[in-house]
Every structure is written in structure tokens, then in C-alpha cells.
Design a protein around this ligand. Sequence first.
Ligand SMILES: *Cc1c(COP(=O)(O)O)cnc(C)c1O
Length: 510
Amino acid sequence: MDDPLPAMLYLRNLKLGMDLKTTMDVRRSLPAVDTLLAHPTLQKAQLRHGWRLVREAIRLTLESERSRLANTTGRTEHQHANISLETLTARALERLEQLARPNSRSVFNLTGTVIHTNLGRSLLAEPAIEAMAQAARHPTALEYDLDSGGRGDRDRLVEPLLCELTGAEAATVVNNNAGAVLLALSALACGREAVISRGELIEIGGAFRMPDIMVSAGCRLHEVGATNRTHVRDFQAALNENTGLIVKAHTSNYAITGFTKSVPESELARIAHAHGVPFLVDLGSGALTDFSALGLPHESQPREAIAAGADVVTFSGDKLLGGPQAGVIVGRRELIDTIKRHPLKRALRLDKLTLAALEATLRLYRDSDAPQRDIPTLAMLTRPETDIAATGERLLDSAQALLDDIDVSLAPCSSQLGSGSLPVDRLPSYALVWRPVSGDRHARERCLRRIEAAFRQLPRPVIGRLHDGALYLDLRCLHHPTDEDAFVAQFTALKQRYESLLDMPLGGQP
Ligand SMILES: *Cc1c(COP(=O)(O)O)cnc(C)c1O
């Protein structure tokens, strides 16, 4: 062999063959699935989780053990050769816990955004939760008229309450507010022009853009005015024989400030009615109570829009209303009837669970002496600063004692309402601030990402906000005492998680 290349290949293959042999030996040293299945601990686990899931956990554990060996043999084979049965059992149990954990999981929302769309928006009031459970457990008179024994209408469960609370003649409900707008536009202005101010062509996020919804509904968008200013004469000039309706959208997730002008609802109603077309207001958040009376920034209520002459008003069930995800449409009887007859209504209708929760929530607005106490969203929004600080004081000592390289302090911060409600207003609050203190800037940055990940990977994940080189956990939505206890109960797990992340690549899962 005078060509060096084949010789090198030969030598490499020889080494590969040896590695392969060692790997095979080591892999053979792993126990069989049945051996682990018979282990007392995993036997016990089968009583709770069933045989199938336990076997799957074992299979996955052995599989990852095998590939770990394949990757590391040649360097540290002796270290791995005799992994104990106990270690494997523990790993299988850990894997089992992951498999058994539901995908839809409770988290702590300590982001400071009270109505957080990505975290499921409003929490329901107890009576609403109870009503949902009842509706889930038993048949309900969903579309059955108990007086006549004939067919009923599911909207009836909430329509009288909605009319009472908004002053509207009629109401209907659908899956969410995006659906409500789509349905109302389709039913009232398909094939015609929808006139709207350029300052209100909103995008709510998650692909809700007013212009797109209008097009989906078969309307032609007729924009008027300028981004910052729209006048009565702009609307008047826009009206023609193809006009289907005038729309006003609540600019709920931003504010246009400075040199601005918009046309008030009462004026728009007057212009629309003089032209013989309806006036629709997309309100978004749907506050059913006077927010200024609760010490919060003023928020337009459906009642006010109806009183100003709006013919149709749409709003969400799970924003400031504090109920389940739903889209509410209230307004003039004849228009609501037209909306209800549209085929999309059937496609977007609410299920019995949501209807039950919505009805119970609306009843609280009508009957409760203190909705701001009984409706969790309102309770969180009106929670006194001193009360939030007290939560912080109770948690501070044990938080401070937890990790060496992270300083924990209690600091003022500001929460926001979220989901586009009252975008510029902030609510004074307090946060536990976790700030890395050792090492250079890069070390502190890594440490910050680690603590953030450790909180996120807890059995009940804690979601906070990274800000100014620290992790802020806004305590506004941490309820006393149940949530506080559950939060602290995870501290040991947090420490373990944080420490195990020290030898992981960043963002890595175990
Ligand atoms: C939130 C919002 C929507 C979308 O409501 P969903 O209930 O999320 O579908 C539409 N319009 C306005 C003005 C909103 O604020």
C-alpha cells in the first residue's frame, strides 16, 4: 500500500469497528423493558397512569439512554457501562410525568398584563365555573323551550341579560368578537361599501385586521379622512348609493395623540341614519360597568354606544367583561334578526359550556353588590397597590434565600390591562425582581435566561417579563393565599431546575 489514503481509511474503519463493538456491549447492558416494568416503583405507577403509558415512558427512556451511549462511547464508555436500575427507574418516572402532563396547563401569569391573550385572557368567576361544570355534567335546556315544550333559541339564555345591561333591543352571541364583526358585516353590508375612518383600520393581532375582515365579509372598504384626523364632511362626501354601513372601530391597542380629530358616535349615527344605512361600532373590550367609578381609566361601554345611536355594537366576552371567550352583538331588533338568519351565525355559534359561563357572568353584573369583587378580571384590575406589596413582603425572604448569584428585590412596576384594552393606561403595582449579580455582562445575561427558563419549566410554569437586565414577576395576579402558597411551594423545584440548567445549553430541555 503505497497510496496513503486507503491506509488511513482502513485504520479509521478499524477504529470505527472497535467503537461499534464497545457500543454494542454497552447497549446490551441496558435492561429489557419488561425488567423495568416489573420494578415495584413502576408497578405502582401503573396503577395511576396505566400500563400503556408506563411502558411508553420506559421505552423512551431506554431509547434516549441508548442514543446517549452511542454518542458518548469511545470517550467515556466505562462511565456509562453500568447505569443502575434505580437511575433508569427514576428517569422513566420523570419521563412518565412529562407524558402524563396535560398540554393545557395552568400557569402563573406574572407578566403584568392582566388580560393576556396568550395566557387565555379572563379567569372566570366561581358561579361561571360552576355553571360550566353543571352544563358539562347534565343535559341542559339549550334549544328547548321549557314553557311550550317546543324548540327554543340558544341566544335566549343570554339575550334578556345583555339587553338589560346594554340598553339594546336585541342581542346575539358568537365564538369571539372577530367572528361577531365578520358576521355583522356579512349580514348587513355584503356586496356594499363599509365606510370607516383611516385612523381606525386596526390590527388587533393574530391576523385580525379590520380591512381584511371587511374583505372577507364581502364588503368594499371605503376609507375616509387621514390617519390622525377625520371630519364629518369626510363621511358625508363618502356616502353614495352603494354604501352599506358606517363603521367605527375602537382603537383599542393604540392611541393616536397630538393633532387629532375623530367624529363622535352620535354624529356618525346621525349621518348614517340621514342616509338610511346602519351604524356599527366595534367596541372590542366591552366594559359592562363604569370603570371610572372603580378608580380605573374610563372605558367606553356598549350602553354608551347604544345611547349615542349605534345600531349594532360588537364586543368580546373575555376582555374587560371578564367572561368566557365570546363575541357579543347587541343592537336594533330588526338588524339582529337579519344577523341571526345569516348562515355564518350557525358556523360561529356558541357551545353550551360557554353560554352557561357567559350567562352566569352577566348575572353577576346584574345582581352582584360588588362585581369588582366577584369578577376576577375586575378584582385583579382594582387590586390595591398596598395589597400587592403585602404579597411581595410575604414572599421576599424565601425568594432571597434561594439562589446565590441572583439578587431578589421588591420593586414598584406598572401592570397593564392587556388585550388592547386601554392601551396607554398603566396600573401601579409591585414586582419581585430577579437580577443576576455575578460575573460580566455575558454571564449575567446567561444567568437571566436560565432563571427565566427555570421558572417557565416548573410543574406550574411561572411567566414573567424580562426588563432592564432582570426578570420581573408582577404580583398583581398572584392571589392571596392559594396562589401564593402554590408559588412558594415550587421554590425547591425552581432551585433544582435552575441548577440543572447550569450544565445545559441555553434554552435546552432535559
Ligand atoms: C379584541 C378586539 C377584537 C377581536 O376580538 P376577539 O374576541 O379577540 O376575537 C376586535 N375588535 C376590537 C376593537 C378589539 O379590541
